[in-house]
Design a protein around this ligand. Sequence first.
Ligand SMILES: [Cu+2]
Length: 470
Amino acid sequence: MTNRRSFLTGAGAGITALGASLVSRAGAASLPEAPTHTSSATAAPLAPTGGRPYNPVVTLNGWTLPWRMKDGVKEFHLVAEPVVREFAPGMQVNLWGYNGQSPGPTIEVVEGDRVRIFVTNKLPEHTSVHWHGQLLPCGMDGVTGLTQPGIQPGKTFVYEFVARHAGTFMYHPHADEMQQMAMGMMGFWVTHAKNPRQHAVDRDYVMLLSSYDIEPGSYTPRTNTMLDFNLWTINSRVFPGLDPMVARLGDKVRIRVGNLTMTNHPIHLHGHRFEVAGTDGGWVPKSARWPEVTTDVAVGQMRAIEFVADAPGDWAFHCHKSHHTMNAMGHDVPTLIGVDHRGVAEKINKLVPGYMVMGDKGGSMGDMKMPLPANTLPMMSGDGPFGNLEMGGMFTVLKVREGLKRGDYSDPGWYRHPAGTVAREWTGDGNGTLPPAPRAPDARPAPAPAGQAMDARKPGANDMTGHEHH
Ligand SMILES: [Cu+2]
């Protein structure tokens, strides 16, 4: 018995009345397969295997959940479970996610589809799934205690509703949220337009922003952290562990971003102008869009940006908060710019052989290789064609190239700049004379040269704890 009634009545009238309900023994016998995925590579877009046609999205360093069609209903099976996610080569993290990965797989459906989602809980505590942005019967909304009881460990619940409007959505628990979302439980949801030509683009990338507090050398996030996170991720990956987004010159590109961190992220794209074409409330009318190069994605919001990839090159795409393009080792260190600590270094070296002076000329790591504890990442890294990229966290590259094949998402390598188009050192030859560089009229004197006595003030308690990253 696999009809809808058998699912909804199996667990008893009390729970049935609440909507999302425990799957009956009969229903469980016919649960759809729950595919899992552990590779951190970006999966190829999953072409629809039935139902209405649509242009599938690409989940950066993630994948889309296959479904089965049963009596005209699209059936999915999510399994909430502990997973191990590689943030970037050199760092594995114990997270909670769905079907082998955090974030969970992207769910793609078409406007008007009836959708049935089985959720099996393999976590040590109860959970639920909230379908953020969906217009659905209240009892399917996934809020533990309000619209359903929690899904206890070992149990499977079923959610069923019609995907009523096209747009950009996500799913996440509404059960012990602080712990479960700090552990990486979230996934993307795209409802495609009924008419595949409506809102059509050539490349459609999706990503969820999440943040973690993981002490260097440890493997599990501190889930009670409220604001002071040290790893800022796109799809639970950090640069240089993020694949590039690839586009053919002239392609219309969409990037959909959802924010499940505890702060906002001004998302910035170089070399192009985009429009915010959609939010988690739906599509923005054309007449209401304006050009941008940075758009803020607030906590719990989603933004779909669209642009024509009309400039060949390797273009930075990142959160504009500079602490969010850094990995764990860059946080909670004092500012040492301008401090001469040569003498101090000698003294410390007698006590701690191998101690290095850092930060007196700024924070750049240059080509310095610092010994790291096991299982963490340098604060800024990633080798580029011109040296160290000095980036981590919420950063990746949009690679626009001429003549790529439709559907080719493979990394085309670094951009080969046309001759004479790269910033270069001025050496005086053939470039005329150096124009004057006037100084601001009220310029203050330069700081005291190294070696001279400096006024030092020990920071008070407020200075130490009152700083904040955002
Ligand atoms: Cu940010």
